[in-house]
Design a protein around this ligand. Structure first.
Ligand SMILES: Cc1ncc(COP(=O)(O)O)c(C=O)c1O
Length: 939
């Protein structure tokens, strides 16, 4: 009997065939083919086949990927170099990493529905700030190496672009390589030195040290930092956070900036990522630091509330003036690390660090007494044994014992970690043929002068939880305050908040994937490599490209990598003068920021009244800049959410003038199966796997932004981060640990499912646009009145008549139980709605009904029944406190304020009312306030 197969695509796509037919009718079509025929301009319809020979059921998928997992070898890793074994506390594993209320949340741009994750991120910032003893820390960076590069850029900008930076020779090699890529286009000269403090510091903006260094040595900073700073040069320490519980903190040492990974705070190695890096600095630099910063503010009633602070620093506002392009960061992993800090508390962390240090010292003493030379006496967790010409033999013996070590020149480096135990020591003794010494003299101790003297994690949050019950409830308390995809549609335009299916997520925490070190030997990572090869092939097939690198950890990094490929291509052709990048005015802020980072000059091209690129202006600017034209960066479908007909012409103009075409692939969810990027004329794109390919957004990261290119650009793609060129991230496959998600999605959807997903996504967007167009003008559509995968509602007319803004509507949607659409991008005072293919018809209607109901409320204001100042929109969102206050002095009832349209939906009450952003930015507090502040608030 032939098997009756459960099609995963039917689970992923929210609409049934009947639903689709119903929606088609509402949009004015009889068949999907007619609809797509009208929607996608003929000249850009995909011509080439798109073969994905896989359409697995969920059960088949899990069996198949288990087979891949079994090809990875789960050795004990002592490689170190920034990646360490760690125990993910089960309470965090199950209730955060594997919990959709955390991983399906979006970046907390709507703070009233994000108080839980904002608090968790603030805990992370407080933890970093207290451990580093630096007053301000941000809410995560993409990895340690890019964090170091960002610190370099910040020092460069702060130091009037003094164009020399000195790197300690003993930085991790991957960090040196990432910094090299970032420094070149900015014209920064790098000097790699064994003794940076003794170099000529003239014109030097910063010196960067690894602390402890890549060989484990704790540098005995005495006057070096002061000496460097006296020359007007900043000091950046790339510091291991765990070690800082024992050794002097960057703050005590007087460093200007500290960065580093927080991976070993309970985040699996995952063959390289995703992991949150931290960035901490002095107060005076707070407005210059990259990335997102959570701050404390208050709501309308004076209640303490969190929100993203100083957003004017962000690339999406500063655009070409931005000093960094980071957008999506590593929120979920930062949240995990912060919770790890709370779970263990100061004493627990010290205990873990001391235990690691004791194992390292103990084994170093054993080795030393057995005749080995231990290269450095002062270390935290990493020791280097001089092994001379026996190095390879020892490495082989270690492999036989199931241990991976790091090979140095004539030496072996061993990093001890939280997972090290007596068994590890016994195995090491076998490997290095060390006889048992009944009482080894423990000769290696951290010197007193190097020990930390300041207290650790003093804030009461880090001592408040001792039992699992408390931890479980704290995590639940936080997630209950938030709206994530597990409760409601998140109709954020340009964000593609689609289903992150459970089957896709399951393999991520299997030890065969999660415990693999990024620099493990190739023959131990065959499962990963097979999966990566297939995923790369599929992504190329789907987009039409010839080569791809999965290295970038977010779209922003993919953009930078793609532009760097263009830069190098021109250079290889002897045309290094080509440095002009044409970017439409509607572009996402990361585009111009990336262009600047890649050493390009941005020339803005205008858009016409339909939101399409103004071809005449493009032609003019391409011709004017013909001699120096490097590229055009354009998003397709446009950021205005339409399939522009003239895209091919635009690409031809650029090619005719010697430039390359960069198509921002963030909107790929409207294209898969219908349009090939290369057929429309693109040379390079980044794809956001955290949009179209189901990586969950994690409350602001992780993300993966692969960069895909045509043949001629393949030589310039990021390569092996240790031995190759163009390093963009710390590890070759970036956030490899979550690649099983995208691989699983494609393997289960197959060619048919993927195409159907695209068609459903654009159909749903058009249905929403159609239903809402009678109430809100749809800003951009094509000549048939159709939109692509999202639609923009224009609120400007409403504002001029009633003073109600897009923000008021966004906040009122919270009362209806919704996450707001994207606000004011790419056009001020608009709402951009993207429903995706995963939403069922009931949810699409619930959203449309809410928007229609809000429009009726706006009518009441317009008609003067409610004043422009006191109405349910201006006062939204309504908290339980405001709804239950004794005196209700508003012109509308409590029932209206409640706004719960559907009995099926549990009413969500935001924990705080509308948040005062200006107050928060004026009174910047970016770590947990003291406990008294919480007390005050209750009274
Ligand atoms: C059009 C567009 N380009 C680029 C990006 C940047 O991607 P990421 O946030 O992953 O850096 C985004 C993110 O929202 C986007 O919408």
């Amino acid at each position: 009997m032939s098997e009756i197969k459960e099609m995963f695509s039917n689970r992923h796509i929210g609409l049934t065939e009947n639903d689709k037919n119903y929606l088609l009718k509402k949009v004015g079509y009889n068949t999907m083919d007619d609809f797509i025929g009208d929607l996608v301009p003929n000249n850009i319809k995909r011509q080439s086949p798109m073969e994905i020979n896989s359409e697995l059921s969920e059960k088949e998928l899990l069996n198949k990927i288990k087979g891949y997992a079994s090809l990875n070898v789960n050795n004990v890793s002592m490689i170190g170099q920034g990646f360490y074994g760690t125990h993910v506390p089960s309470v965090i594993l199950r209730n955060v990493l594997e919990n959709p209320s955390w991983y399906t949340a979006y970046t907390p741009y709507q703070p009233e529905i994000s108080q839980g994750r904002l608090e968790a991120l603030l805990n992370f910032q407080t933890m970093v700030s207290e451990i580093t003893a630096l007053p301000i820390a941000n809410a995560s960076m993409l990895d340690e190496s890019t964090a170091a590069a960002e610190a370099m850029t910040m020092s460069f900008k702060l130091n009037s672009k003094k164009n020399k930076v000195i790197l300690d020779k003993y930085l991790h090699p991957q960090t040196i390589n990432v910094i090299k890529t970032r420094a070149e286009p900015l014209g920064i000269e790098l000097i790699i030195s064994e003794e940076p403090e003794n170099e000529d510091l003239t014109d030097c903006s910063s010196v960067i040290f690894q602390y402890p260094n890549t060989e484990g040595k704790i540098k005995d900073f005495k006057n070096e930092i002061k000496k460097i700073q006296e020359a007007g040069t900043m000091v950046i320490l790339v510091a291991d956070l765990l070690s800082l519980s024992l050794i002097k903190s960057p703050g005590e040492l007087g460093a200007d900036i500290a960065v580093g990974t927080t991976q070993r705070f309970g985040v699996p190695m995952g063959f390289g990522g995703p992991h949150a890096a931290y960035f901490a600095t002095q107060e005076k630099f707070s407005r210059k630091m990259p990335g997102r910063l959570v701050g404390v503010s208050q709501d309308k009633t004076g209640l303490k509330a969190y929100r993203l602070a100083l957003q004017t620093r962000e690339q999406h506002i500063r655009r070409e003036k931005a000093t960094s392009n980071i957008c999506t960061a590593q929120a979920l992993l930062a949240i995990m690390a912060g919770l790890y800090g709370i779970w263990h508390g100061p004493d627990g962390l010290k205990k873990i660090a001391s235990r690691i240090n004791k194992y390292a010292s103990h084994f170093a003493s054993l080795a030393n007494q057995s005749g080995f030379v231990v290269r450095h006496e002062n270390f935290f967790d990493t020791i280097v044994l001089e092994t001379g010409n026996k190095t390879e033999d020892y490495i082989l013996s270690a492999l036989k014992e199931g241990i991976n070590v790091r090979k140095l020149d004539n030496a072996i480096s061993l990093s001890f970690d939280e997972l090290t135990d007596d068994q590890t020591i016994e195995k090491l003794k076998n490997i290095f043929k060390i006889e048992s010494i009944s009482k080894p003299v423990e000769s290696f101790e951290i010197k007193n002068s190097q020990k930390r003297n300041t207290p650790l994690l003093e804030h009461s949050i880090f001592s408040s939880i001792t039992s699992e019950t408390e931890m479980l409830r704290y995590i639940r308390h936080l997630s209950d305050r938030d709206l994530a995809l597990d409760r409601t549609m998140i109709p954020l335009g340009s964000c593609t908040m689609k289903l992150n299916a459970a089957t896709e997520m399951i393999p991520v925490t299997w030890p065969e994937f999660s415990n693999i070190h990024p620099f493990a030997p190739e023959d131990q990572t065959l499962g990963y490599r097979k999966l990566i090869d297939e995923l790369e092939h599929w992504l190329c097939t789907l987009t039409g490209y010839d080569g791809i690198s999965l290295q970038p950890n977010a779209g922003s990094q993919g953009e930078f990598a793609g532009l760097m490929a263009i830069r190098q291509f021109h250079k290889a052709n002897g045309e290094q003068n080509r440095d002009i990048c044409l970017i439409p005015s509607s572009a996402h802020g990361t585009n111009p920021a990336s262009a600047i980072m890649a050493g390009m000059k941005v020339v803005v091209v205008s858009c016409d009244k339909n939101g399409d690129i103004d071809i005449d202006d493009l032609n003019k600017k391409a011709k004017e800049n013909s001699a120096n034209l490097a590229a055009m960066m354009i998003t397709y479908p446009s950021t205005h959410g339409v399939f522009e007909k003239e895209i091919k012409t635009a690409c031809e103009i650029i090619h005719d003038n010697g430039g390359q075409v960069y198509v921002d692939g963030a909107n790929l969810n409207a294209l898969i199966g219908l349009v090939s990027l290369t057929e429309i004329g693109a040379d390079v794109s980044h794809l956001n796997l955290h949009k179209t390919f189901c990586i969950p957004h994690g409350g602001g990261g992780p993300g993966i932004g692969p960069v895909a290119v045509k043949k001629h650009l393949i030589p310039f793609l990021p390569n092996n981060t240790l031995s190759g060129n163009n390093a963009i991230s710390a590890t070759t496959f970036g956030s490899a640990g979550i690649l099983p998600i995208s691989w699983s999605y494609i393997a289960m959807m197959g060619e048919h499912g993927l195409r159907e997903a695209t068609k459903t996504a654009v159909l749903s967007a058009n249905y929403v646009a159609k239903r809402l167009s009678a109430y809100y003008p749809i800003l951009f559509s094509d000549d048939k009145g159709l939109v692509a995968h999202e639609c923009i509602l224009d609120i400007n007319q409403i504002t001029s008549e009633t003073n109600i803004s897009n923000e008021d509507i966004a906040k009122r949607l919270i009362d209806y139980g919704f996450h707001a659409p994207t606000m004011s991008w790419p056009v001020p005072n608009t709402l951009m709605v993207e429903p995706t293919e995963s939403e069922p018809i009931s949810e699409l209607d619930r959203f449309c009904n809410a928007m229609i109901s809000i429009s009726k409320e706006i009518e009441e204001v317009k008609n003067g029944n409610w004043s422009k100042e006191d109405n349910p929109l201006k006062n939204s969102p309504h908290t339980v406190e405001t709804l239950t206050q004794e005196n209700w002095n508003h012109p509308y009832s409590r029932q209206i304020a409640l706004a719960n349209l559907s009995e099926k939906t549990n009413k969500y009450f935001p924990p705080v009312g509308r948040i005062d952003n200006v107050y928060g930015d004026r009174n910047l507090v970016c770590s947990c306030p003291p406990m008294e502040a919480y007390e005050l608030e209750k009274t």
